[in-house]
Design a protein around this ligand. Structure first.
Ligand code: NAI
Length: 733
């Protein structure tokens, strides 16, 4: 994987004369950044001043071939520090607010001065430097800002009231800066480091010096400052090579006001529930919080107004199922991968790791996370939830969301806890939202699922139409897909997939399927879901499971075993929107889907896969076939050394273009004009005539003389093309 570089970027690191700041400056400079090394050169209490600290770091960077200039101002002189960057390098891209001092005292002994100086250096200093850089970042629509907090702020620390308060003020600063900066691509994150430095030398045992070296924090901070990192508003703890994201969680809370009356006694009586953190929720914005409170308040008043649900369907919201355990081995992981069509085809070698327990990267597909989870809510349809009498034949799996917090272990025991988090009344039926948290034996959360179950005919119970806790689908981009991938399922696909746990006879028993109105047993929706995940992993994540953060999709129509599933993909940053269709009848089967990845890797070895035939042109499928025929024949590039451009016309107008690049190794077929170099030979023909020529109904030479085939550029090359394709024995072009 390529090195993350900062060439052309200009960074200010405050307090970079020693400790953590020095490591940040050294690392950024070693990766190409020009660095302003700011340091006032004070002692750890903030007294004195010296140029030595900043100068030494600058000399070190320069001696290693890097670019750096010193700045000796206090961070309270933010303008001057930013000017140093502008005067020397003409721009400012990265600000790492790191300078800091300590004035530790127990609360009662803190003097005004001890309080004020801590706020001046940490909070006002970060404000002054960042504010001076902000207009430049806004103008250039690029910026990365780091503020430095501390676990002393996040959790409190004896004798540090002044410091803890200032460090939490910085979290608040970052929360709002990230909101204000986002539209200008200015991203702001908080680091809460723990490292051996002169600030902490007397706090840690001596062995910590080796374990908690300051340079173990630098890669985390540098990553947060890199172009490729799109996080903002995050708080990251880091120590000794470990990093973790910290987040505020709260209890679900309880709406205590019934009607107009609300008393202290209501609070007392509900206090246990107010404080119940066993099912925490995480709101990442004020808007989220307000939406959830409004929904709860509406639900409370709708219970009161209509009395429609008196102890009925809506009382099941909040129902918690018993925790279930799921023990499995590598065989189950492999069986699942086979169930969702993992192959060992030559163009998809990356899937061996899902099928072979001896592979060095043996891993579970991320969508395997639905398997332990689905068992945790079987009580939903078996009468296990009082007030919810659901007829199994009326149940449809509506939508599925899964979020991966850790790679799924390849064997072990996982524990899943399911909770009904909302029930909506959609008019034609109810949607029951079930959140399932799956953890390992050490209580580490592995994944979170949200199953949306549609119950036909369950209506009139006073439920809302929408839910604030529902994981939303996302609209599919309007443009043609950026790429696609296909899997032809086997007629035994459902028979294979069911062995992973969903034994519903609808997927295997023809008589049962007929009762449900299906001509044959249908494929599990989650099987198509797993196939889509494989496709996206292959196209955009280098086949690496751990790059996938979350997946959401709606099950729109069933797939029959034996049909071909095509996943159409659109990339937007690190998000891949997708839909799936059945190639044989064009029916959309998964809709509104998206996958969030930690990073994109597109250099998968599928070099000849063309762009998706996103139109109704017959010839698009033909180009797909040509691409298939050319796969695994790199020698053709050597022999041909030419780029062909096809203009496909309809009613006399060019409606699409295809490039056959047999010049740049390893060769490629794709929609659109050549991406590298110019076409050596351009062929223009109507969609219909192309198909006639492909099927042998129209001879290429005759077509040329009848002006049905127009050629420009090096016409001799067209003969080479014909010979190549004929030699494949599959095409008559
Ligand atoms: P350090 O004392 O080694 O480095 C801080 C640097 O900031 C010093 O070189 C100092 O001269 C400079 N500085 C102080 N006041 C300044 C001002 N007004 N203007 C410009 N420069 C000034 O300390 P360390 O450990 O590297 O700390 C860096 C940051 O990380 C601080 O904000 C600190 O509060 C924070 N932090 C450190 C932790 C640790 O475990 N080392 C834990 C949590 C937070």
């Amino acid at each position: 994987m390529s090195e993350l570089r900062f060439d052309g970027r200009v960074a200010i690191v405050t307090g970079a004369g020693g400790g953590l700041g020095k490591e940040y400056a050294l690392l950024l400079a070693s990766r190409g950044a020009s660095v302003v090394v700011n340091d006032l050169g004070v002692d750890r209490k903030g007294t004195g001043s010296s140029k030595r600290l900043a100068d030494e770091v600058v000399e070190l960077i320069q001696s290693r071939g890097g670019k750096a200039v010193p700045n000796y101002d206090s961070v309270e002189q933010g303008e001057k520090i930013v000017h140093t960057a502008l005067d020397n390098y003409g721009r400012i891209d990265i600000v790492i607010n790191n300078a800091g001092i300590l004035r530790d005292r127990t609360f009662a002994r803190i003097s005004d001065e001890d309080w004020d100086i801590i706020f001046s250096v940490h909070v006002r200093g970060a404000f002054m430097v960042t504010r001076a850089a902000w207009p430049h970042m806004k103008k250039q629509k690029y910026g990365r800002v780091i503020v430095t907090s501390s676990t002393s702020g996040l959790y409190g620390n004896f004798g540090q009231t002044n410091y803890s308060s200032a460090k939490m003020a910085l979290v608040g600063m970052c929360n709002t800066l990230s909101l204000e900066g986002q539209k200008y691509n200015i991203l702001c994150n908080t680091i809460a480091p723990t490292a051996w430095s002169r600030l902490t030398a007397d706090l840690f045992p001596p062995e910590a010096e080796h374990l908690f070296k300051a340079y173990y924090i630098a890669p985390v901070v540098a990553y947060l400052c890199h172009d490729s990192c799109t996080d903002t508003g995050g708080v990251f703890e880091a120590v000794g090579g470990w990093a973790s994201k910290a987040q505020l969680y709260k209890s679900r809370g309880v709406f205590m006001k019934k009607g107009e009356k609300f008393t202290i006694e209501d609070v007392r009586d509900n206090w246990k529930e107010v404080c119940d953190l066993s099912r925490p929720v995480c709101h990442t914005s004020n808007a989220d919080t307000m939406a959830s409170i409004i929904a709860m308040s509406e639900r409370a008043s709708s219970d009161k107004d209509t009395g429609s649900d008196g102890g009925g369907v809506l009382s099941a919201i909040g129902y918690e199922f018993e925790t279930t355990s799921f023990s499995y081995t590598s065989r189950d992981v492999i069986l699942y991968a086979l169930g969702v069509g993992a192959t060992l085809s030559p163009d998809n070698q990356s899937e061996l790791k899902f099928l072979y327990e001896g592979h060095e990267d043996f891993s579970a597909l991320p969508s395997f996370g639905v398997i332990p989870a689905q068992q945790a809510m079987t009580g939903l349809v078996s009468g296990g939830v009082s007030n919810l009498n659901i007829d199994l034949s009326k149940v449809l799996h509506g939508e599925q969301y899964i979020e991966l917090l850790q790679p799924i272990p390849t064997s072990g025991t996982l524990y899943s806890k399911a909770t009904i988090v909302d029930i909506m009344d959609k008019g034609k039926g109810a949607v029951i939202l079930c959140d399932i948290v799956t953890s390992d034996e050490n209580d580490q959360i592995i994944c979170k699922n949200q199953f949306s179950t549609f119950v036909v005919g369950m209506t009139g119970f006073g439920g809302k139409k929408t839910s604030s806790v529902e994981k939303p689908l996302l609209p599919t981009p309007k443009r043609s897909p950026d790429s696609f991938m296909r899997t032809k399922t086997m007629d035994t696909q459902a028979a294979l997939y069911r062995l992973s746990g969903d034994l519903n006879p609808l997927h295997i028993d023809p008589q049962f399927a007929a009762m449900g109105g299906f001509s044959t047993p249908i494929l599990h929706g989650l099987c198509s879901y797993g196939i889509a995940v494989r496709h996206i992993l292959h196209k955009y994540a280098g086949g690496i499971s751990s790059k996938l953060k979350s997946i959401k999709a709606r099950f729109a129509k069933p797939v029959l075993p034996g049909q071909t599933i095509q996943t159409d993909m659109w990339r937007e940053g690190n998000r891949i929107h997708f839909t799936c269709k059945v190639v044989e009848n064009s029916a959309l089967v998964l809709t509104g889907g998206y996958v969030d990845l930690t990073e994109i890797t597109t250099d998968v070895p599928s070099s000849l896969t063309p762009q998706e035939p996103s139109d109704d042109l017959k010839s698009s499928a033909m180009f797909v076939a040509i691409s298939e025929q050319l796969k695994g024949r790199p020698e053709l590039v050597k022999k041909t050394q030419a780029i062909f451009l096809w203009n496909v016309t309809k009613n006399g107008k060019t409606v699409t273009q295809w490039t056959l690049d047999l010049k740049n190794p390893p060769g490629k077929v794709y929609r659109g004009p050549p991406k590298k170099g110019k076409a050596d030979c351009t062929l223009t023909m109507s969609d219909d005539d192309l198909i006639k020529m492909a099927t042998g109904e129209l001879d290429a030479q005759k077509a040329y003389f009848q002006r049905k085939l127009k050629l420009s550029g090096n016409m001799m090359l067209s003969q080479k093309l014909g010979a190549i394709l004929k030699s494949q024995g599959k095409s008559k072009i």
